[in-house]
Design a protein. Structure first.
Length: 324
């Protein structure tokens, strides 16, 4: 029998790509999702249990019905801007929801956990690439909520023996190369899908949030990493835990940054269409530059992203965009 893995947020962007990767690696993913932001159509590689993390009865029923060996926890609110407006909602959902999940795991004897964290836990880093062990001083409630869970996990390990792999994503982008699934947020706030919408003529222009940052072209620099490479890192994290590996926290990026204008230029090259842009004020909560120094994921998980160059990311995302 295939080992069952509970995937919270399995109907979401990174969760659904990970379900596909898990299925390909011989696991049986069970998605647990409240469908507030996820899509039923993204759940293609195993059953879906609809429920929220705060709904104890449904959550516990999922553990009893499916008897997972591990939990991969994606379910969370994940918009920096929104978190600045509604911090309480972010802490309730991201911290409170995770605590409910960890308690349900304890009650059912599940002690292997892979957690979706974020580069937003680092805040405004000192110059240069962000190392796995760099100081974390988040500047928005989204990043704070994820860092709180990182700390909670350390205590759960000390006291309850729960082992975890914390994966701090930099900027997830792109889509499944087979075009089975892709990025679909409502409302869409992420840069690449918005630039593609402008290239397709569905948006008049792209808003560039600030061009006076201390970066080479004045726009924010981010480390874009292909969602399928992120999915692969989750399978590796799970296998690391199953093999008895120690808990670890690592950055998932490429080490190469791209500015907002470079992303727009790449979209113009890939699509052969021009994209109008309008410079706007800086978006609150945005650090100028977030680029990973990727060491631990390579060394301890053997992770080596294969589709994360910007051209491939944009190509895959564009193919998905046009299929919709
Ligand atoms: N961004 C932008 N215009 C947009 C959306 C995003 O200039 O319409 C910028 C944003 O300020 C950030 C980068 O693009 O510097 C990536 O933002 P996104 O929301 O995609 O991801 P985040 O970095 O918030 O996870």
């Amino acid at each position: 029998m295939q080992p069952v893995v509970l995937v919270t947020g399995g109907a979401g962007y990174i969760g659904s790509h990970t379900c596909k990767a898990l299925h390909g690696a011989g696991y049986a993913p069970v998605s647990y999702d409240d469908l507030e932001r996820g899509h039923v159509s993204a759940v293609q590689w195993g059953p879906l249990q609809v429920g929220s993390l705060q709904d104890q009865a449904t959550l516990r029923r999922a553990f009893e019905t499916y008897r997972p060996i591990a939990v991969l926890h994606f379910a969370a609110l994940a918009y920096v801007g929104e978190s600045m407006q509604e911090p309480g909602r972010y802490y309730t959902n991201n911290v409170g929801g995770t605590l409910a999940l960890l308690e349900a795991m304890r009650d059912h004897g599940v002690d292997q956990f892979v957690f979706s964290s974020t580069c937003a836990t680092f805040g405004v880093p000192a110059a240069g690439r962000i190392g796995d062990d760099d100081d974390q001083h988040p500047i928005n409630p989204y990043g704070s909520s994820k860092l709180m869970v990182e700390r909670i996990l350390r205590d759960y390990e000390t006291v309850h023996g729960l082992r975890s792999v914390v994966l701090r994503y930099f900027n997830a982008a792109g889509a499944d190369p087979d075009v089975d699934i892709g990025e679909r947020h409502e409302p869409e706030t992420h840069l690449l899908p918005l630039v593609l919408a402008a290239a397709a003529g569905h948006l008049e222009h792209v808003e560039v949030f600030g061009d006076d940052y201390p970066t080479p072209d004045g726009t924010c620099v981010r480390d874009y990493v292909h969602v399928s490479d992120l999915a692969d890192a989750h399978v590796r994290a799970l296998e690391h835990l199953r093999a008895g590996g120690a808990s670890l926290a690592c950055n998932l990026g490429t080490g190469v940054g791209a500015s907002v204008l470079e992303v727009i230029d790449q979209v113009e090259r890939t699509t052969g269409r021009s994209v109008a842009r309008c410079v706007r004020a800086r978006r609150e909560g945005d650090p100028p530059e977030l680029v990973a120094a990727v060491e631990r994921a390579r060394r301890d998980l053997g992770w080596n992203p294969s589709r994360s160059d910007l051209a491939t990311i944009v190509e895959d995302a564009w193919r998905w965009y046009r299929s919709g």
